[in-house]
Design a protein around this ligand. Structure first.
Ligand code: UDX
Length: 439
């Protein structure tokens, strides 16, 4: 099938490459000229495992191309995906300016006798589909089209496998013709398809991400109780997670969830619920617990080091999760900046994220020394703080780490290491929701 995707960010670019991989012809549209030129030159603006190969292979096979022109995309496509950003506003509600603008632009190029399905893939508040449809109709009375909601559930760091093997595909549609076309489009993915009305599909996305955030905050609250009582949150999570109704996934305690989805989507869902006159106080508590996690972690560091001013601390990890170079809303970055404002001398290492953290001015390189290896970061350090659980850190020789450090103190914000091993190696080891161990 012929399709176009408007917006070549995470969702748009990875979706485009995966649709091409299963045999469709895809035009990715973006209004950022530099980004399109980069992509046309074979350069991928984000780090996502497997994406570069996928893009190169499908561009070479002439199933994937990039353009600035919405008209070019829409002309060549039966299905038009909208995958533009929906950033948060100051009050937590969603800024739909880009969606509205794209809807108008699509309206401007839709032709009378050429039926098109306009699919919203961006995360949007319930009832946005109705507004997109009304907008297109308002700007082009003759257009022959249907609007569909098809939320995307990919995770950064494993976006390609998530897209190629999704748990489910949600199609929110009020038209059989559009639903049939969408089913054909997704047929090669061999995944379960759930067809709903448009409003329900839109709600599914916010409800799913808020529920996962709730699961994380739940285990983080349990972690506090574990710390106060001497229990071990990993064991508790294993024990409750073995119940199939609960499940072990997303019960990993840490310094809190970050990234470009959970914080924004929880806020948006709170705002949507409030606007609909059905306040969702439970989600406000989810946010409160999440913010509290970093405070609790920093308190542990302050308790152990007492005054942070002029202390040399190493931080491993800057991205909001492993296997990505994305540092947006990363708790690790907040942590680094809090340490800096307390006067600590921070050396930081991240396998992929340091460049963006500096380029986007999220950390000040004059105040944070970025190193090229995890071992270089711990040289002379009075504490090592683990903020993101990259696999690379598991393979570092911890005996060497200890030898390089000034004092063998480790604060593990992601429970990556085994407390017993750390004790045997001679570290004083603090983690989340587990008893502190000393040599
Ligand atoms: C999330 C959703 O998982 C995905 O379905 C949606 O499409 C986009 O938002 P993403 O933000 O890429 O994906 O990453 P995810 O793996 O969900 O992690 C989000 C945050 O939660 C990270 O900061 C991670 O460290 C944290 N997290 C995750 C925990 O603290 N504990 C867990 O058990 C799981």
């Amino acid at each position: 099938m012929e399709l176009c995707i408007i917006g070549s960010g995470y969702v748009g670019l990875v979706s485009g490459a995966c649709f091409a991989e299963v045999g469709h012809h895809v035009v990715c549209v973006d209004n950022d000229k530099r980004k399109v030129e980069m992509l046309q030159a074979g350069k991928i603006p984000i780090y996502e495992p497997g994406l570069e190969d996928l893009v190169h292979r499908n561009v070479a096979a002439k199933r994937l191309r990039f353009t600035n022109s919405i008209e070019d995309g829409v002309d060549h496509s039966q299905v038009i995906f909208i995958a533009v950003p929906t950033p948060p506003q100051v009050d937590g509600s969603v800024d739909l300016t880009y969606i509205e603008q794209v809807a108008r632009e699509i309206a401007g190029v839709l032709k009378k006798d050429a039926y098109r399905v306009v699919v919203d893939k961006s995360t949007v508040p319930v009832k946005t589909g109705e507004k997109v449809e009304a907008t297109i109709k308002r700007y082009n009375r003759d257009a022959d089209f249907d609007v569909v909601s098809n939320p995307e559930f990919l995770r950064e760091g494993c976006a390609v496998p998530d897209l190629m093997n999704p748990d489910r595909i949600v199609i929110g549609s009020a038209s059989n013709k559009a639903t049939d076309l969408m089913k054909r489009l997704y047929e090669p993915f061999k995944a379960p398809i759930l067809v709903t009305d448009i409003n329900s599909a839109e709600l599914i996305k916010h409800a799913a991400n808020s529920f996962l955030s709730l699961k994380i905050s739940y285990i983080n609250a349990v972690a506090s109780i574990c710390e106060a009582s001497g229990a071990d949150v990993e064991m508790v999570a294993d024990g409750i997670g073995m119940d199939k109704r609960i499940g072990r996934n997303f019960l990993n305690s840490g310094i809190g969830y970050g990234g470009s989805c959970f914080p924004k989507d929880v806020k948006a869902f709170i705002s949507i619920a409030r606007q609909l006159g059905t306040p969702f106080a439970l989600l406000e508590e989810v946010e409160r617990i999440n913010a509290h996690q970093l405070n609790r972690f920093i308190d542990k560091i302050r308790d152990a080091l007492w005054v942070l001013k002029d202390k040399k601390v190493a931080v491993w990890g800057m991205t909001f999760k492993p296997d990505t170079d994305d540092v947006r809303n990363s708790v690790a970055i907040d942590l680094i900046n809090r340490l800096v404002s307390d006067g600590a001398h921070v050396t930081a290492y991240d396998p992929k994220g340091a460049e963006k953290a500096v380029d986007w001015k999220l950390v000040d390189p004059a105040k944070v020394r970025i190193t090229k290896s995890p071992l270089e970061a711990v040289e002379g350090a009075e504490a090592l703080i683990l903020a993101t659980e990259w696999k690379e850190f598991v393979n570092v020789d911890l005996a060497q780490v200890k030898a390089k450090m000034h004092t063998p103190l480790v604060f593990d914000g992601r429970n990556l290491f085994n407390p017993e091993t750390m004790r045997e190696l001679g570290f004083t080891y603090f983690s989340m929701g587990r008893p502190t161990v000393k040599p």
